[in-house]
Write a protein that binds this ligand. Structure first.
Ligand code: SF4
Length: 422
């Protein structure tokens, strides 16, 4: 029997928060290999690192302050490695006598030092075992990963066929996780929109949906086996084609009489939140809803992809409030720091959201290679193609283009916090 090791590496960043992030893709591969007869093990660098959980189970992550990489030396902010200590990691990998294959996943492009460190330590321990690196960084910054990670194979895109996503009874190997209080679920893959700043299309261009009945069976399985009652939707376009998808799923949940809670950290499409859907959300305990707006500037909304306009948002919020949601449950994402959004206008966005009795949730802009935004910045020689992925970091990229960004961002954050609490 093959002995396989899956590794979810550390996050390297200025800040990080646990919104129910779990290495779903890696755990799907784990289940796939298990069905082929392998013994599958997991070393999760995020295991047991959530602290001070809030009432929904989300939390800050344990961290260790570390030296900044040379490129970031001039950034006046502390930099951290989030997750277990290196010592614990070494103890965990030392406990395995022999491993035949190792799979390391990767998250945001600018977290790559975590994946690189894991690969280096794994190579020292298992010098003959082939290591495959996959995930977001390995796909988006494929060349960088090939030339710098030291992995034997760098995998671009999805490792598994789409069939695994639809197949009834095929679930990620969540049993390998220690914390199963909140688990990710997904009804759809892909997104029909093409926003200029988003990498969604690089991971499966086509929008597709699984049978809502299968998703309900999956949720019931997690509840029965792990006692999980709280779920995070990982979908990019959860509400698209809602009549055949999310509405059906939520009606099944209501009919079952089960009491779950659902979260949507990825941001919902306002234009699909009609009266019926808003009521279904309320009846099925959706908490702390996140709705995407990005900017209230209708010109920018159009040229970045036209996924939403101000009227869509007003109608969505009206429907949600009529269903019983209040300001504390209604967060609207505002994008801060994109080169085409004047930061003075960001203040107007926040005032606009406040006028609709919702909270503005600031999302810092992060540059993603392969997006239209990236191509435009390269074409206009504002950035060089192939800049180190550390520069994609949401905390510092905008500072690279706008030197006063950090000071202005602080001011905007204070302003937002005051209005959100008013
Ligand atoms: S709607 Fe959302 S997921 Fe779809 S392309 Fe735009 S930002 Fe990406």
């Amino acid at each position: 029997m093959k002995n396989v090791l899956l590794v979810n590496p550390w996050i390297y960043d200025f800040s990080a928060y646990d919104f129910g992030i779990r290495p779903v893709g890696l755990l799907r591969i784990g289940e796939f290999l298990r069905r082929k007869g392998a013994k599958v093990n997991l070393v999760d660098c995020m295991e047991g690192c959530s602290r001070h959980k809030d009432e929904d189970g989300f939390s800050k992550i344990k961290k260790e302050k570390i030296e900044k990489p040379e490129i970031l030396k001039n950034i006046e902010r502390p930099y951290f490695r989030y997750g277990i200590s290196i010592q614990i990691f070494l103890e965990k990998i030392s406990a395995f006598s022999e491993i035949d294959e190792i799979y390391v996943t990767s998250g945001m492009t600018y977290w790559y030092p975590g994946a690189h460190l894991a690969i280096r330590l794994l190579k020292e321990r298992f010098n003959k075992t082939p290591i495959t690196l996959g995930g977001i960084y390995a796909t988006i910054c494929h060349k960088h990963a090939c030339s710098t990670s030291n992995a034997d194979i760098v995998w671009k895109g999805s490792f598994l066929d789409k069939e695994c996503f639809y197949q009834s009874g095929f679930y990620p190997a969540y049993d390998l996780l220690v914390d199963k209080d909140i688990l990710p679920i997904q009804l759809t893959t892909g997104c029909p929109f093409r926003c200029t700043y988003c990498a969604s299309r690089m991971f499966g261009a086509k929008f597709e949906m699984k049978d809502p009945v299968n998703l309900f069976e999956e949720v019931m399985y997690y509840n029965r086996v792990f006692g999980t009652k709280s779920f995070v939707f990982y979908d990019d376009a959860l509400l698209y084609r809602s009549a055949e998808g999310i509405k059906r799923f939520l009606r099944i949940v209501i009919a079952s009489g089960m009491q779950f809670t659902f979260h949507t950290p990825n941001g919902l499409h306002a234009r699909f939140i009609d009266e019926e859907l808003a009521e279904l959300f309320k009846k099925t305990n959706f908490r702390d809803l996140r709705i995407s707006l990005e900017t209230s500037d209708e010109g920018v909304q159009q040229f970045t992809g036209g996924k939403v306009n101000n009227n869509d948002l007003k109608l969505a919020l009206r429907n949600l409030k009529e269903s019983g949601f209040t300001k504390k449950d209604l967060g609207v994402y505002i994008l801060m720091g994109a080169s085409y959004i004047d930061m003075e206008n960001t203040m107007d966005d926040i005032i606009f959201i406040n006028s609709l009795s919702a909270k503005a949730i600031l999302a810092s802009y992060s540059l993603i290679p392969g997006t239209l935004d990236y191509k435009v910045l390269v074409k206009n020689k504002i950035i060089k193609d192939g800049i180190d992925p550390l520069w994609h970091n949401k905390t510092i990229f905008s500072e690279l283009l706008m030197p006063a960004y950090i000071r202005k961002a602080r001011e905007i954050r204070r302003f937002t916090s005051n209005l959100n609490n008013s």
